[in-house]
Design a protein around this ligand. Sequence first.
Ligand SMILES: *[C@@H]1O[C@H](CO)[C@@H](O)[C@H](O)[C@H]1NC(C)=O
Length: 389
Amino acid sequence: MAWTRRQSHLSILSFIIAVLLGPSLCSLPEKIPVAFFIFGDSTVDVGNNNYIKTVPENQAGFQPYGNNGVFGGPTGRFSDGRVIVDFIAQYAKLPNIPAFLEPSAEFVHGVNFASGGAGILPETHQNLAIDLRKQLENFEEVQRSLSEKLGDAQAEDLISNAVYFISMGSNDYMGGYVGNPLMQQSYSPQQYVGMVIGNLTNAIQGLYQKGARKFGFLGLSPLGCLPALRAVNPNPNNNEGGCFEDASALAQAHNGAISTVLRSLEHHLKGFKHANSNFYNWLADRMINPAKYGFKEGVVACCGTGPFKGTYSCGGTRTVKEFELCDSPKSHVWWDSFHPTEGIHEQFALELWGGAPQDVGPYNLEALFNNDLGTTIADIVDKDVDATI
Ligand SMILES: *[C@@H]1O[C@H](CO)[C@@H](O)[C@H](O)[C@H]1NC(C)=O
């Protein structure tokens, strides 16, 4: 029948076209997944600290962490379930990104180097966490192993196309400074912020020199409003609704300084693209108006002891053994004395992924992952054809 003949002619024709053009055109609509590398502290640790020698304060691999059951139990995440990078991986259509220290972890979709308690400065919780410098050394190891596995050219492509997410700094200001009289004697708050920012800038430039181009940053939250800091606030009736003012001021100074640095790097480093977020007011708003965002309790943690459940005892393995657990973590902004619930992590992730320029910029993570960076379709097709030829 003519009908079938025409159809088979068409399919032969399209087959020939497909063979002639090679896989490039056929695979155009299918996006190659972009790898995801994560550096940071307990905000994004997915289990590295299960494998290091440290104190229980820097670990979360025990009940009731992970008690919403998403992963079937505790994993080392400092949350009732997932953390921000789990959601981002999901939006980017990647599998869960493994912890670097997890035995037999696969590196081709990226790796998570984050470590609870870690600081940008090596002095912060020294020897009790994997500091930023050591996390960068671990990245070099991954880079070498990718080159062996994929060959230099493909490994370089993966590295330059990947998104690098950094969530760090809180520990430098809390344990590293506000809780460390020696540091306060040696450095003024301004000098100290300058040192932290200097080291973070070096780390970003170091990654850039190793081939990284696309960066995402989670800004610091109002640190003085964490339940643990409210509980030790020396001037609880001052202002800011009982928050520990000095700690919050450091976070704000840090956020201001890093935005300036990132804008300047965007001009000075060719191809450097970033998504920065200022979640300081964003999180403060959720503490003040929890109901507006689907929560009931914005100030008191779900798991812990004492005022605001600010005594860091969740799980009963730390210094204080008694702790209480709320019935519904979903209705809380804070999971334990220092860490938000999965619900907040998800809202963080949604905002970073697709947020408007006033919350995240100059790019959001969706643009970084999808290479939606102002390149034209023609650039992409040219590049694809070049690569196949
Ligand atoms: C990095 O931190 C160290 C302290 O660990 C400090 O001495 C040094 O000046 C900092 N570097 C920069 C570039 O700020």
